[in-house]
Design a protein around this ligand. Structure first.
Ligand SMILES: [Zn+2]
Length: 388
């Protein structure tokens, strides 16, 4: 009997600790009295829980605030340097990594080209890359709390990469491999999902409840944030909107279908169309040509923008989002695609759906995915605090 009671009390304490910590994260700096007011917990309980958080070096006192009558209240804030997170963007031909504090402030950042694609060869590059980021973490009570990784492929719930066509990966147990090496929590997700999380937390999607992040690179992937939550579908495979059918009798796609959106609106589509017109360059060269006023290249980009608008109109009709954010490499073409995307969207999406929707471009540029990967592991740390 006593045991049960103790268990219940411990559970209640954990829940209340999480409530107090969330109140501080959301509204800091704030006083114990204010926490009591916003959480409905009594003052004695709040005082004891705050003391635990202070003892665990997650929260500190930062002097006094304005009095609302009696004694000036002592204000509290979250200590964002209580721990650190590693975020990795594993690209088809590059590695990008950050070490951040628990609020996402970047402490160290690394980038290097990746020429390997065989899983074992990639691990052999990835391990020292992650180790070097971890070695930059200052001493802290919680240390490095986890590693988040965004990958260009389908990821299952056990953190295996089921299929990454551009890397030729099938069923690669990435999470297992990294967990065994580093002995800290590892989270793996699709590149578009972590990109969505990055923009939602630190970029142009801040404060947006319903948003679709469209990652336009070699292919097109999408990350769906619906009612403030990353929507993953029943098996974690949602968001393959790059394979929306936009042409009934269009080109064949590697997915087995034909006329898929990414065949007409991706970086790959742009490069192919440019080659046909006698421009053999890469994206950098094409953007430089557009910048220099090359009308043919500008027309090409506007054509890609039009096709982006076609797919985004479908997305807007389906999800009725507050915002659609265009990210990844093609977001750099914003000056030459934005008008075409916007015009096509207005022509094609349903009127009622258009009223509330914003068309945005990724604010973090090439860092959407890497920052989202860091956030993935920060969010998991807070979830563990609440559950422990
Ligand atoms: Zn397809």
């Amino acid at each position: 009997m006593t045991k049960t009671t103790t268990g219940d009390q411990a559970l209640i304490k954990r829940i209340n600790t999480a409530i107090v910590l969330e109140a501080i994260l959301r509204e800091e700096p704030l006083s114990r009295a204010k926490i009591s007011e916003v959480t409905g917990l009594n003052k004695a309980t709040v005082s004891s829980l705050v003391q635990d958080l202070i003892d665990n070096q997650l929260v500190r006192e930062i002097g006094t605030g304005v009095s609302s009558g009696g004694r000036k209240p002592v204000m509290l804030e979250f200590i964002s340097t209580a721990g650190y997170s590693v975020g990795i963007d594993l690209g088809v031909n590059y590695l990008r990594g950050v070490l951040t504090d628990l609020r996402g402030a970047v402490v160290a950042e690394r980038r290097e080209p990746l020429s390997a694609s065989d899983p074992d060869d990639v691990f052999n590059v990835l391990r020292p890359f992650i180790r070097s980021l971890i070695s930059e973490a200052p001493d802290s009570p919680f240390g490095v709390v986890g590693i988040g990784v965004g990958v260009p492929g389908l990821v299952d719930s056990s953190g295996s990469v089921l299929y990454a066509p551009n890397m030729n990966w099938r069923e690669v147990p990435l999470k297992d491999a990294l967990s065994r090496t580093f002995g800290i929590p590892v989270l793996i997700d699709n590149e578009a999902n972590v990109g969505a999380l990055g923009e939602r937390t630190f970029g142009s999607g801040r404060g947006v409840s319903n948003m679709v992040y469209v990652s336009v690179g070699i292919g097109i992937g999408t990350g769906l944030i619906l009612q403030r939550t990353l929507y993953k579908g029943s098996s974690g495979f949602s968001g393959e909107l790059g394979h929306l059918s936009v042409e009934a009798h269009g080109k064949p796609c590697r997915c087995g279908n034909r006329g898929c959106w990414e065949l007409y609106a991706s970086e790959q589509a742009l490069l192919e169309q440019a080659r046909e017109l006698g421009f053999p360059g890469d994206l950098d060269e094409l953007l430089a040509a557009a910048e220099a006023g090359d009308e043919k290249v500008r027309m090409l980009l506007a054509g890609i923008g039009e096709y982006l608008g076609v797919g985004i109109a479908n997305i807007v009709n389906i999800f009725n989002p507050d915002a659609v954010i265009i990210g990844n490499r093609m977001s750099r073409a914003q000056p030459w695609i934005e008008d075409a995307v916007g015009k096509t969207l207005e022509e094609r999406a349903l009127n009622f759906h258009l009223r509330g929707v914003q068309l945005l471009f990724a604010e973090l540029g090439g860092r959407s995915a890497v920052m989202g990967a860091a956030e993935l592991s920060i969010a998991a740390f807070f979830d563990r605090l609440k559950a422990s």
